[in-house]
Design a binder for this molecule. Structure first.
Ligand code: NDP
Length: 319
């Protein structure tokens, strides 16, 4: 491990999604030369989505990856450094903070945690065995492989509706399987899905098993109807998960306050705490701390706030 050649950074941003890149734009424009660690999913969730229709300033919508690419260009133009690196350990107990990135160590006076959230899985062994063989959590990435097939989308929120609508471009029929009676999806998304002739719905239905593990090819889903108690098989060649996300905050467990679902607790939007006390120089923004709104624009907004707080913090500490 080597850290002698690395000067202490003014700020490091963990994550390169909408929140992290907005923080990078602001921090770079304040001449803080932020280091952005891109993490496991560079570009975050926007980089695996399709059309974003609700980001202000794009009347016709913008493709998620294009939006992210533009943000990267904007951040680097002002001096942000983007690095493909994963955090393997972190020590926030002493300042400057220490980040271990495989063989490298980075010290920083301030830290913006914008590590986002990752797609959730059902957790069935058969599901895990068939990831990449008919089971996917990314419609944008794998939709093409569902061409001409009958498929299932799991979930009842906006993610599931969005995935299902997108997948109708490829699949002949999409069955949305919702474990509850009611949907969490917004009215507009739900109405679009209901109106689509290729989309059908199953309510109160749980997936108990993915069939085809031996063949390494999804053949169908063993379903359980929670109301009638009936068990039956839906023959589908693809299953896409759209059941929400888990915040990427496990590396910080014990060092900062997390809520019961492991979202980072924040005060005044971006201030990170430990046992209720604010930790100077550490901020969180975007989906890793936002279980309520989880929108690209709110992530960007909190990224901006985090960078402004970093600026203030460094100024107060003589930088
Ligand atoms: P949500 O939390 O809104 O919905 C998750 C869905 O998955 C629920 O229907 C939930 O069921 C179901 N679910 C969760 N765990 C399981 C499980 N283990 N097995 C089966 N079903 C499960 O998450 P989304 O990702 O859909 O949306 C998150 C946020 O992002 C929302 O605010 C949404 O509006 C926004 N969004 C906006 C989009 C847009 O504007 N284009 C697109 C996508 C998301 P239950 O209700 O029973 O808990």
């Amino acid at each position: 491990m080597s850290d002698t050649t690395n000067p202490v950074r003014d700020t490091v941003i963990l994550g390169s999604g909408c929140a992290g890149l907005t923080a990078a734009i602001y921090a770079a424009r304040s001449n803080l030369k932020p280091l952005v660690l891109e993490g496991h999913e560079p570009g975050g969730q926007l980089s695996i989505t399709t059309l974003v229709e609700n980001f202000p300033g794009w009347p016709e919508g913008v493709q998620g990856p294009e939006l992210i690419e533009n943000m990267k260009k904007q951040a680097t133009r002002f001096g942000a450094e983007l690095r493909m690196a994963h955090l393997s350990a972190v020590d926030l107990t002493t300042s400057p903070f220490t980040l271990t990135l495989g063989k490298d160590i980075v010290h920083t006076r301030s830290l913006i945690i914008a590590s986002g959230a990752s797609a959730r899985w059902l957790g069935l062994p058969s599901e895990q065995a068939l990831i990449g063989f008919g089971v996917s959590s990314c419609a944008t990435c794998d939709g093409f492989f569902a061409s001409g097939k009958e498929i299932a989308v799991i979930g009842g929120g906006d993610s599931a509706m969005e995935e299902a609508l997108f997948l109708t471009r490829f699949a002949t029929k999409v069955t949305i399987i919702n474990r509850s009676e009611n949907f969490r999806a917004s009215k507009i998304m739900l109405e679009r899905a209901i109106a689509h002739p290729q989309i059908e719905f199953l309510h109160n239905t749980l997936v108990e098993e993915c069939l085809g593990v031996e063949e390494k090819d999804l053949k169908g889903l063993k379903l359980f109807d929670r109301k009638s108690g009936a068990r039956w098989t839906l023959p589908v060649s693809f299953m896409f998960l759209g059941i929400g996300h888990t915040p990427n905050a496990s590396a910080f467990k014990g060092q900062i306050d997390l809520d019961t679902d492991d979202y980072i607790k924040t005060e005044d939007n971006v201030f990170v705490t430990l046992m209720g006390e604010r930790l100077p120089g550490i901020y969180a923004c975007g989906d890793v701390q936002d279980r309520r709104y989880r929108q690209a624009i709110t992530a960007a907004g909190s990224g901006c706030m985090a960078a402004l707080e970093v600026e203030k913090f460094l100024e107060e500490h003589g930088r």
